[in-house]
Write a protein of this length. Structure first.
Length: 309
């Protein structure tokens, strides 16, 4: 995919070392968003949730990234699958629900049914399809590390690609305590914004203390471009962005703590809501000047790798 001119212009400015002056298209145009979906959002690994989300056989939940949708489903304790959420018949979503529990997956559009590992079991109104063994929903690589469910959206195949190492750059996975696997989810909350994802990424990545109600944050461990885990003492919070359109981005905060950790104080007000309101006003006041150069120096190398050599 050829990169849009508005992205190329950012690259030229970053490489020249001068001022970075984006155009409105960088935040509003669908071709820009499509290039980001294809070449940035799919970089491994994405931390989608805590393993307790799939506590029993048949548990499933959906994770969406732009136009891509994944179903995480537990067939058994040692068989958890990350399936592309698309029916083999017409590409309609097999899983519309946010989460649930079932002994099969069912596409409501044409009534096709699938086993929990993605195998086609009943192509309704297609009795001639007697050999269904070769028909199955494509899978992504996934793994569970330190209690976190990780998905690699960079490749999909009928059989799950091998799960490669979790490369976090200068940060070691060991920074995330292994005890997180035995901890529990204390809260899960989703926020919705009418912002481009780039505004939200800089906002959350530079103020991770917000997930702990404004208290200190000891460290963050980043998983791919769209998720990170914030750590403070024996508490953790997973933050995951869900870009849906150029001007609509959701994010979810999953707070995790050990069973003996003190319960967070309930003071009524949500500091994140107020911070979002203030940042929204800042975006409205200077939509093209809000992101700093560090953001573009992070952004451009990921997109430039997609350019034909």
């Amino acid at each position: 995919m050829e990169l849009p001119d508005s992205i190329k212009a950012i690259g030229e400015q970053v490489e020249a070392g001068g001022t970075v002056a984006p155009t409105a298209e960088l935040f509003e145009a669908y071709p820009v968003f499509a290039a980001e979906v294809a070449h940035l959002f799919t970089r491994p690994w994405l931390a989608v949730d805590h393993m307790s989300r799939l506590a029993a056989d048949g548990d499933y939940f959906r994770a969406d990234i732009g136009s891509r949708s994944v179903v995480l489903v537990r067939e058994a304790a040692d068989r958890i699958h990350a399936l592309r959420n698309a029916c083999l018949h017409a590409g309609y979503r097999v899983c519309e629900e946010e989460s649930g529990r079932s002994d099969h997956l069912f596409c409501q559009y044409h009534g096709w049914s699938y086993a929990l590992d993605g195998r086609l079991t009943d192509p309704l109104l297609r009795p001639e399809m007697t050999d269904r063994s070769r028909f199955r929903m494509p899978q992504y690589a996934m793994q569970i590390r330190h209690g976190l469910i990780l998905v690699d959206l960079s490749a999909v195949a009928p059989e799950a690609p091998p799960a490669g190492p979790v490369d976090l750059g200068p940060v070691d996975l060991g920074a995330v305590p292994e005890a997180l696997a035995e901890a529990g989810v204390t809260s899960r909350k989703r926020y919705s914004t009418t912002w481009n994802w780039k505004y939200l990424r800089q906002f959350l990545w530079t103020a991770p203390e917000l997930v702990f109600a404004g208290d200190d944050c000891d460290e963050i461990v980043e998983f791919g471009p769209l998720s990170f885990v914030a750590l403070r003492g024996d508490q953790a919070a997973l933050v995951r962005l869900t870009p849906r359109f150029p001007g609509h981005t959701d994010f979810e905060i999953v707070r995790i703590a050990s069973a003996d950790a003190p319960a967070p104080a309930a003071n009524g007000a949500d500091p994140i809501e107020e911070a979002l309101r203030q940042h929204g006003a800042a975006i409205a006041a200077a939509p093209l000047g809000l992101l700093d150069r560090r953001f573009y120096e992070w952004y451009w190398p990921h997109l430039s790798a997609a350019q034909p050599q």
